[in-house]
Design a protein around this ligand. Structure first.
Ligand code: GLC
Length: 426
């Protein structure tokens, strides 16, 4: 499918960047915003729209769009898939918003981008005429789509980390991190890697580093957004990852893994344990090439004394303030939250629903035995810092966690630098 691409001359992009930063952390409440589009325009607009979303690894988006299109021939949705890499998805959206592209009508926003995009005036506030009833949705997903008390996106997929493990080699999954590490001898004797997560330098590393820090009692920022990461607990958490990488329990290539490389390695039978999101479940069960179809199961992430703390993941659908067809975009976003679609996402793609009732639906639980584990993971998940300056905050976490993993900085230094860089990001 064709999508328009706009390339901005550097000078124009520069001016735009200055005017955007001028609107900083304020606004977002509605009306016309400097730097953003007109939040009062096109509220009744109906017509063909484009839905932009990350690579459809689970193959659930196009059939969903087809279902909608069959019932709405005058308001057809075209799917635009981005790559499967979180950072590239983010940058693609930023470029299209900066060029005020009316062709990106409804976009998938990672939970950690809501504040940034809303503050820039790029997302249509979902209030008044555009209000959405969120009462059936998991509170954490609604909170993650809200900024300055205004809803800016419709939660569509939640996400929580789970531990995938080889039940043929480890009949009882580890409950704690140290227990998991002690099981690495099993990986060694089977000549496979022990543990992997997402340790390349990108958003997934922030997710994994935050999980390690939170699991051991650290906290990246306080409620006011000030960094509190420089603590003994955070050092212990990051230290666990660093130690595992140093002693080979995380294989050398582990620092090149995003979600997909880890999934591939696990499906190839090369890993004993993998931290990943629920989408991996159905693929590892059904991929023709998966060597572990019948030999894996999932468990809660291992923690300090019991289950670990997942970072809250997930995606919402946000109406672009530049869309001409905001009414259609919002209706399609709501359609994505209906039980039929949510069940389809769960059954076909093992994606985490945004509604609690789906997790306990008998048909779903029969096919997806991991559902209770996933719900617990999500209900106890810790959000990453909420701030319009998130790009700087995540960079502070990633850069320092990565340097520590590579042994370029001590854990103490990395954590101290992380705190300073987070506070400098605002
Ligand atoms: C998943 C999560 C998202 C996270 C990303 C990191 O897509 O849902 O919240 O930021 O992974 O790679």
């Amino acid at each position: 499918m064709k999508t328009r691409k706009y390339l901005l001359p550097a000078a124009v992009a520069g001016v735009l960047a200055i005017s955007l930063s001028a609107c900083g952390g304020g606004g977002g409440g509605g009306g016309t915003q400097s730097g953003g589009g007109d939040a009062a325009a096109n509220l009744d607009g109906r017509g063909p729209i484009t839905y932009v979303t990350g690579k459809d690894n689970a193959a659930v988006q196009q059939p969903t769009v087809d279902r909608w299109n069959a019932a709405h021939p005058d308001q057809k949705v075209t799917l635009k898939e981005q790559t499967d890499k979180a950072d590239q998805q983010h940058d693609d959206l930023v470029q299209h918003f900066q060029s005020k592209d009316p062709g990106y009508d409804l976009v998938t926003v990672d939970v950690v981008w809501t504040a940034e995009f809303a503050a820039k005036g790029w997302l249509q506030p979902l209030k008044d005429k555009m209000a959405v009833d969120t009462s059936a949705l998991l509170p954490a997903t609604v909170k993650a789509a809200t900024y300055n008390n205004t809803l800016f996106a419709v939660p569509v997929h939640s996400d929580g980390g789970m531990l995938y493990y080889r039940k043929d080699l480890v009949p009882t999954p580890p409950k704690t991190w140290d227990e998991m590490m002690s099981m690495c001898s099993i990986a060694k004797s089977n000549k496979i890697g022990c543990y992997a997560g997402q340790f390349q330098k990108y958003e997934g590393l922030t997710v994994n580093a935050a999980e390690a820090i939170n699991t051991f009692g650290g906290k990246i920022v306080d409620d006011a957004g000030k960094s509190t990461v420089n603590s003994a607990e955070a050092k212990e958490g990051l230290g666990k990852l660093v130690e595992a990488y140093k002693d080979g329990n995380i294989p050398t290539e582990g620092i090149t893994f995003q979600e997909e490389q880890g999934r591939q390695a696990f499906e190839d039978g090369k890993l004993l344990f993998l931290r990943n999101w629920p989408y991996v479940y159905n693929l590892a069960k059904t991929d023709g090439s998966s060597k572990v179809k019948d030999s894996f199961a999932v468990a809660p992430l291992p923690g300090k004394d019991g289950p670990g703390a997942s970072s809250l993941g997930g995606h919402s659908a946000a109406v672009s303030v530049y869309s001409k067809y905001k009414a259609t975009a919002l209706d399609f976003a709501k359609f994505l939250t209906e039980d039929e679609q949510q069940k389809f996402f769960a059954l076909k793609g093992s994606l985490a629903p945004v509604k609690a009732n789906i997790y306990t639906d008998a048909e779903i639980v029969a096919q997806a035995p991991y559902m209770p584990t996933l719900l617990t993971s999500i209900q106890n998940a810790v959000p990453r810092p909420v701030t319009p300056f998130y790009p700087g905050v995540t960079k502070a976490v990633q850069d320092n966690a990565y340097s520590a993993l590579k042994g370029e900085k001590s854990v103490d230094q990395a954590i101290a630098d992380m705190q300073a860089a987070i506070d400098a990001a605002k």
